[in-house]
Design a protein around this ligand. Structure first.
Ligand code: DGJ
Length: 687
């Protein structure tokens, strides 16, 4: 528990930790104002806290409301807030504009719980804010219907103020095989919103929405970032009003009628994670990485080197080939062998079978036992691919339960990869999938599930109830319940969040899974960018990263093994290629890289992730620096040709008071280059 350093009275809530302070003015009468979210303010007595509050009260501009308006934890239209309101909803048109009064403040260490009510609209609001040791603010609201009529909720947002100097916005976007690419621009007046209505997090989900001082980089500038821990529809935004007030916010996106609160019912927002740093994006990532690593559920065993069968054999499952692949994998040092899509009934290609979670008797006459045993006998873990939230028209499940498709009855949603979504909000469908997965985990020694989800939700009406209301919210919660129950029953089994590669990456799913599959693109050149930006939020040990085939299946590019291997090194590493086809020299090179990974994974998976700000967009330097800063591993990456023939290499994150020995790491093979003579340090390590 961080030391409570506030000396201010309870109504002035000063949370501090990880070099960050959040100061709330909870003196009433309304929802507390966020007076400060940023640099640590040090110990504050009452007079100092009051002085900061006074200094933060904005001026009253001409032609505006008579009283100054501060930004509160729930911006209210009733107080004249002209930006995005914190709460949207109504009772048959009434009670659309609540005005909450503060009733109770409860402080427990670095967590504060605030109870507010609007006695006229008969709504209760509970806000929980915690500042973690790493300086992350975790914020969520609950609204409860205290009236006698239902309340239709449209949106409940978590919003935080940012100062006027935060004039530049950075967010991420993408598509399949090009996930998480950055885009940035000036934050003008208005609202820059990133919305996802995919029914899953989405390839274009921003991961973090960041505002910062102009020109901020990885290692410099002041930044404020938010992330919504949610795997369904959602929005994140930055907003600047002509008054000068500016905010970052995020909320679950709800369809009309999707959340209707009966008297006594409540709705709790997904948690908003907010980070501040004056050391640029690396400082902000450090807060997220540190917090994730401190969780009790964070994977702590050495991250095993994986072989995934997908790009090696696709649907062509053959015991002899797969055992040969397992032998080759064990020989080079693989520790986890994952059997991908294609093992279950009717699944000879991607047009059939989803929902039929029984081992295919034709392809696997003795079940998966011969392969599972073979893998374990060679000292490797066994992993299995599943896609539990789906159903295909050509499946026994659909033939028995055509009504289990998530969608408007009689009007199937547009197919995607010839598949539909299974309505997990129906108890019978949920129980069926749970039972099948449970049975597989009981029958086979499965150490790991690769949990896929290969389509968006469209027209997602849930059919379990009359009227077929919108079902994205309930489906997302049902998926969480399914994962939670399986983990309860099989606590030793690790789970990967895959979703077409990288389309379900968020802290909601990561509360119940052990890594993400960052992208279906195994082209190392593309992966450099995808992993760099996935790493804004996630530390390397949570990001699956594989050596793909020499000839990339998704881009057609050809890369040498050393580049593919060094790219995969900075993640939870693995291989996804037919290594039985490699010659002895290539296998030796792969084995040498695997030895390097095993030797360095304790550093790679515990140290600080650093990324240099370089002037040349064709180059990248990234690395991991040990906690004591005595060792580090860096990758110097060329993405394209540069205008200049030579360059300066910056190694970020090192201790300026230490002298380092710089050594090239050639275990995965040397990178080819056009240098006639490498610089002197390359040969003798002296700088
Ligand atoms: C999409 C995943 O991202 C791939 O890795 C693979 O598992 C396929 N689905 C299988 O259908």
């Amino acid at each position: 528990m961080p030391k409570d350093r506030t000396a201010a009275p309870a109504e002035l809530v000063h949370l501090t930790g990880g070099g960050v302070s959040v100061l709330l003015d909870a003196r009433g009468p309304g929802v507390p104002a966020v007076v400060h979210w940023g640099a640590a303010l040090g110990e504050l007595d009452e007079a100092q806290a009051l002085a900061i509050i006074r200094a933060s009260v904005p001026a009253v501009p001409p032609s505006s409301y008579d009283e100054p308006t501060s930004t509160t934890l729930l911006p209210e239209y009733a107080l004249g807030w002209s930006g995005t309101p914190g709460l949207l909803g109504h009772r048959e048109g009434a009670d659309f504009s609540p005005l909450f009064r503060l009733r109770h403040v409860h402080r427990d260490g670095n967590t504060v719980t605030l109870d507010c009510s609007d006695d006229r609209a008969r709504l209760l609001l509970t806000t929980r804010a915690e500042l973690t040791e790493q300086g992350l603010l975790r914020l969520r609201h609950t609204v409860r219907n205290d009236g006698t009529q239902p309340y239709a909720l449209q949106q409940l947002a978590a919003v935080l103020p940012i100062p006027p100097r935060a004039r530049e916005v950075l967010d991420l976007t993408g598509r399949w095989c090009r996930e998480r690419h950055p885009q940035r621009h000036e934050l003008g007046q208005g609202r820059w919103a990133r919305e996802g209505r995919h029914g899953r997090t989405g390839a274009d989900a921003t991961l973090l929405l960041t505002a910062g001082t102009p020109g901020f980089g990885f290692r410099h500038g002041e930044v404020w970032s938010v992330h919504l821990a949610w795997s369904g529809d959602h929005a994140s935004w930055a907003e600047r009003l002509p008054t000068g007030a500016a905010t970052l916010g995020a909320a679950e996106l709800l369809w009309p009628g999707e959340v209707r609160l009966e008297p006594g019912d409540g709705y709790t927002t997904p948690e908003l994670f907010a980070a501040w740093s004056d050391n640029g994006l690396d400082g902000m990532s450090a807060a997220f990485h540190g917090w994730l690593r401190a969780r009790p559920e964070h994977p702590r065993s050495p991250r095993p080197i994986v072989l995934n069968t997908w790009e090696a054999v696709y649907f062509d499952h053959d015991l002899a080939m797969l055992t040969a692949l397992a032998d080759a994998a064990a020989e080079v040092g693989v520790e986890r062998f994952v059997l991908d899509d294609g093992w279950f009934r009717h699944r000879r290609n991607d047009s059939a079978g989803l929902g039929d979670w029984y081992v295919d008797e034709g392809v696997w006459p003795q079940g998966l036992h011969p392969l599972v045993d073979h893998v374990h006998e060679r000292g490797m873990q066994f992993g299995l691919w599943v896609e539990p939230e789906m159903i295909q028209v050509d499946s026994d499940l659909y033939r028995a339960h055509p009504d289990w498709v998530l969608g408007t009855p009689g009007r199937p949603p547009p197919p995607w990869r010839q598949q539909q979504v299974l309505d997990l909000t129906r108890d019978a469908a949920f129980d069926h999938v749970l039972q099948r997965l449970d049975a597989l985990l009981n029958e086979y020694r499965i150490d790991y599930l690769k949990w896929d989800h290969n389509r968006d939700l469209a027209d997602a009406a849930r059919g379990g109830e009359s009227g077929a209301p919108a079902g994205v919210h309930a489906q997302t919660l049902a998926t969480y319940r399914l994962l939670d129950e399986l983990r309860r029953r099989h606590p030793g089994v690790e789970i990967e969040s895959c979703s077409s590669g990288g389309m379900r990456v968020d802290l909601g799913i990561l509360a119940r899974t052990d890594r993400v599959w960052a992208s279906d693109c195994n082209d190392a050149l593309e992966r450099q960018t995808i992993q760099r930006w996935t790493g804004l939020l996630l530390p390397p040990e949570l990001v699956g990263s594989h050596v793909g085939p020499e000839h990339s299946h998704t881009t057609g590019r050809v890369h040498e093994l050393s580049f593919r291997a060094i790219t995969a090194l900075f993640g939870h590493a693995g291989i996804e290629a037919d290594i039985t086809a490699l010659d002895a020299g290539q296998r030796k090179q792969l084995a040498s890289w695997i030895r390097l990974y095993k030797q360095e994974r304790s550093l790679l998976h515990s140290g600080s992730v650093v990324r240099a700000d370089l002037a040349d967009p064709a180059l990248q330097v990234h690395g991991v620096v040990a906690a004591d800063r005595r060792r580090a591993l860096f990758a110097f990456v060329r993405l394209a040709t540069s205008a200049d023939a030579t360059t300066e290499i910056v190694l970020p994150g090192l201790d300026p008071d230490l002298q380092y020995l710089v050594q090239p790491v050639l275990d995965a093979g040397a990178a080819s280059g056009l240098q006639r003579t490498p610089p002197p340090w390359y040969a003798d390590g002296s700088v």
